[in-house]
Design a protein around this ligand. Structure first.
Ligand code: NDP
Length: 334
């Protein structure tokens, strides 16, 4: 039997892919969820004796993880995928920023006190902790793993979106500071994904089971042939690569103390429409223009994640495959 892995937010989009891959690789997995009903839902789709769940209603509360850690001395790796949440709120500081930062510190403190055998910890951060997403990015700059979003605490208070950006940055900083100050027995790595596209890990029978990323593509598929294509440029990575990266982050010695910048490519809505027309001729989307796609991409943010790619050692899934697989799943759901 290989090591046991603890993963928070086990019913999440990314977490389910990680769990699937971990089980395929022979690991035992314990997932935290907020309710028994959610734990049972995960168990139902996963069907494995090597998966179990623990109900932790408020994982960020002080000591919330203590009992789980005491019950599972076999855990040697902790994947904290639920480091902050994106929720619409009028009180960004109390509902987004402080819970994210204090929650991260509390979770790390529990591991420090009750998980001395835990050797690796992976925190799911985001590109919004790396890139200058809040203000206009510098068109002459190429962003890398070494960059930090300059968003301030005060700027994060502006609205829920800014609050999410700030919550990812400040909770990641809290984790790195914790490790520097307390010198725990575990080594930290962070995974900083771009917009995560790709199918759900398990078969989807209802459209309500699709997540926000699929929703972005779903909005484009719904366009009629004479509709205007809303201009949108973003960076993406496929969820299956995000799952692989979480595992490499603790399996590879050289990933310790690193931030892994997960970007496969840039994309535009115009480009999504071109892919949909090519692969799904029955769709109603407008024609799309290759020239507009290229022009919009030429103004998109520049990044260089070659250090991450070299460390991971695998090719990221292309936009076309990611979009194709996502749409196939959307079409098959009712
Ligand atoms: P999902 O929304 O699919 O899953 C989030 C998980 O966190 C769920 O298990 C959810 O539980 C749990 N959760 C949410 N709020 C709370 C809370 N207040 N307390 C306890 N648990 C909570 O998220 P993703 O899989 O998309 O994202 C996972 C991580 O990846 C997040 O940290 C996100 O910031 C990061 N990320 C995601 C990107 C994306 O495009 N998807 C891009 C970059 C980073 P419940 O079902 O009970 O609400």
């Amino acid at each position: 039997m290989r090591s046991s892995i603890l993963i928070s937010g086990a019913n999440g989009f990314i977490a389910q892919h990680i769990i699937k891959l971990l089980l395929d690789k022979g690991y035992s997995v314990i997932g935290t969820v907020r309710s028994e009903a959610k734990g049972e839902q995960v168990k139902e789709v996963i069907h494995s004796d090597n998966f179990s769940y623990e109900v932790v209603p408020h994982i960020g509360a002080e000591g919330a993880l203590d009992e789980v850690l005491k019950r599972h001395p076999e855990v040697t790796v902790f994947l904290h995928t639920k480091s902050s949440a994106s929720v619409p709120t009028d009180d960004v500081e109390n509902n987004l920023l402080l819970p994210a930062v204090n929650g991260t510190k509390n979770v790390l403190q529990s591991v420090l006190t009750h998980g001395p055998q835990i050797k690796r910890m992976v925190l799911t951060s985001s590109v919004v902790a790396v890139f200058n997403w809040f203000k206009k990015f510098d068109p002459n700059k190429t962003y890398t793993e070494d960059d930090w979003s300059p968003i301030t605490w005060e700027e994060s208070l502006k609205d829920s979106e800014a609050g999410y950006f700030g919550s990812k940055k400040f909770s990641e900083i809290a984790a790195w500071d914790f490790v520097k100050e307390k010198n725990p027995s575990f080594k930290l790595s962070t995974v900083n994904p771009a917009f995560v596209l790709g199918p759900q890990a398990f078969e989807v029978t209802k459209k309500s089971q699709l997540n926000y990323s699929a929703e972005l593509i779903n909005q484009v598929i719904k366009l009629g042939s004479s509709d205007k294509i809303p201009e949108f440029t973003g960076l993406f990575v496929d969820v299956r690569d995000v799952a692989k990266a979480h595992i490499a982050a603790f399996e590879k010695e050289e990933a310790a103390n690193k931030r892994l910048l997960l970007v496969s490519d840039r994309f535009t809505n115009e480009g999504l429409v071109l892919i949909i027309n090519k692969n799904f001729p029955e769709s109603t989307v407008p024609n799309g223009s290759y020239e507009k796609d290229q022009e919009q991409l030429s103004r998109a943010l520049k990044y260089d994640n070659s250090k991450t790619k070299k460390l991971l050692g695998f090719e990221f899934i292309s936009l076309e495959k990611s979009v194709f697989d996502t749409i196939q799943q959307i079409y098959s759901a009712k």
